[in-house]
Design a protein around this ligand. Structure first.
Ligand code: PLP
Ligand code: COI
Length: 360
């Protein structure tokens, strides 16, 4: 059924004028501006996916009893369309976003969407809103998501869902731009426990992280680092990024999968680093050990990574009771090399030998 899904175009009456769009694109920033269109597909119990539409971006009309408003049955993805050399437009590992979306859907008792329909939906929106892709270091951030809109107050998986894709022209995620970021280690709040939803990209995980993120801001930091829920000592990930550490011998390591979001950037960097001959480990690492290793010089660099943030060096770490600076507080050579290689690939400037990049 889904393979036969045809996208119908609902004409857009008044797209943003070229002058207004250019003014919006010139502003940069993250997540505040949106393109003209969106994709929607509906799912009904017993019928499956239907009514795939590319239409004007507009507000949803949603019943006050819609399940998502009460029980947060919602998942999302984050990916980017890049404008590269000669005006080519690329997507990076879109199939991986589709697969993770379906893993999140399964965890949240929601219907899965065939990989090719997910990718087609994203591509259709990129094509129709191509003019919204900023040049330079910017990109068009694509946000596929799905929510339960059935009006029903009983607690059970809903019988009606909406899948939607919207797009937002973005620059740097952090206001500080490419400068190293400061992170706040939360000793009070955790993000995920074994058996919970840590590996799913569901809105509820982010809602639960906001109080810790607010504390990070209060302490002058851009992001929060979460520790494990059982012992409050093992580093997991940041509010919206995975984390890597670089040793003095050039080896790098990152925290293991399980309760963290399995980042596509994380997986890609592991592969890129290994193919450059760098030893990469996935292992448990405690906050106390990180502090000791930075003090002794064993850990020289630490960076955060994710679609929104790309590869962002961590310069300073703060926590209740102290702070420390990593290296000289600047972005280190391995962090820079991995960032350059990843960005080069994503933007079609470095040849892709792995089938990661789709040109649209
Ligand atoms: N961890 C969390 C909690 C995230 O929100 C993200 C961003 O999507 C990541 C890690 C990085 O994932 P990816 O590299 O797939 O964007
Ligand atoms: C992404 O990197 O795509 C995310 O969803 C994380 C969020 C901080 C924007």
């Amino acid at each position: 059924m889904s393979n036969a899904l045809k996208f119908s175009h609902i004409p857009t009456d008044t797209p943003t004028s070229a002058a207004d769009r250019e003014a919006i694109l010139a502003k940069g920033g993250f997540g505040t501006a949106f393109s003209d269109h969106m994709v929607t597909i509906e799912w009904t119990e017993g019928r499956g996916w239907h009514d795939a539409q590319i239409r004007k971006r507009e507000a949803f009309k949603i019943d006050p009893a819609a399940a998502v408003l009460h029980y947060a049955q919602e998942i999302f993805e984050g990916m980017k369309a890049y404008r590269g050399e000669g005006d080519t437009v690329t997507l990076f590992r879109a199939d991986q976003n589709a697969d993770r979306f379906n893993a999140s859907a399964t965890r949240m008792a929601m219907p899965t969407l065939p990989q090719e329909v997910f990718v087609e939906a994203v591509e259709q929106l990129v094509r129709i809103d191509k003019e919204w892709i900023p040049g330079g270091n910017g990109s068009l951030y694509m946000r596929p998501f799905m929510f339960a809109d059935e009006p029903f107050l009983g607690v059970r998986p809903a019988h009606h869902f909406v899948f939607c894709v919207i797009a937002s022209p973005v620059g740097d995620y952090f206001k500080s731009g490419p400068k190293p970021v400061k992170v706040w280690v939360s000793k009070e709040y955790t993000r995920a426990a074994v058996g919970g939803t840590g590996a799913a990209k569901c809105g509820g995980n982010y809602a639960a992280s906001l109080v810790a993120q607010a504390q990070a801001y209060e302490n002058g930091c851009e992001q929060v680092v979460f520790l494990d829920a059982a012992e409050h000592q093992w580093i997991e990930e940041l509010g919206g990024m995975n984390i890597f550490f670089v040793q003095d011998d050039g080896h790098i390591f990152t925290t293991p999968l399980g309760t963290i979001l399995p980042g596509i950037t994380r997986a890609s960097l592991i592969e890129l680093a290994r193919s450059k001959g760098i030893t990469v480990e996935e292992r448990k690492y405690s906050f106390a050990q990180w502090q000791a290793d930075v003090a002794s010089g064993k850990v020289k660099e630490t960076f955060a990574c994710g679609t929104a943030a790309v590869v962002a060096s961590i310069g300073e770490v703060k926590f209740d009771g102290g702070s420390f600076t990593i290296g000289n507080g600047e972005s280190g050579p391995i962090t820079n090399a991995l960032r350059d290689e990843l960005s080069g690939l994503q933007r079609g400037k470095i040849a892709d030998t792995r089938g990661w990049v789709r040109t649209i």
